[in-house]
Design a binder for this molecule. Sequence first.
Ligand code: SF4
Length: 215
Amino acid sequence: MDVRMLKIILKKLRGRYGTRLHTRLKHRNMTELFVAVLLSPQCNDNQVNNVTKSLFKKYTTLEDYANADLGRLQKDLSGLNYYRTKARNLKEAAKRLGLNFNGRIPKSIAEMVSLRGVGRKVANVVLNEGYGINEGIAIDTHCTRVSGRLHIPGGREKNPVRIEQWLMENADRKEWGGISNLFIALGRDTCRPRKECDRCVLRNVCPSSNAMDKR
Ligand code: SF4
């Protein structure tokens, strides 16, 4: 993979999936976005949306999470994998946001990852989706799988840090948030664990394509 090929791939993906892709996690404001993304690891979007549908009616502010009874919050999150840990993380993160960030979701990765349970991927999604800030590129399991098949450095070793680093070095900064969403769209469409190269928009340029018309 080189810069020229990356440009070709992104152009094809934009042509297929558009330029206005967003997270499928339902939210109406920054607090809800933060909570939904924080709860999303190891879960699919539907699972999270099912839980947040009632959660967001009960808890409307960060203080509500900070002051929540932990047992009660765990029960409210019980439809999610790792709900006990996630409830603890959410309560602690909300407390810290109140104490150290004036009750606002911070705008940098360094500040975001200082919150309990927040890693680089969560930080990148919240910053890009919520504020339009491109400080890094969120690499989830779809992005990792797609990167491996496209032979992006770090992809075949399933190393999200290396994938993100290479993409940041080789793509225009304004595209960073879009790359993540485009790779996710591809990973949900044709480049699933069981790939469907025959109908993939990248079938003629992808090094892992098994489509009949591969050049
Ligand atoms: S051609 Fe096949 S392996 Fe390559 S991105 Fe498309 S679905 Fe994935």
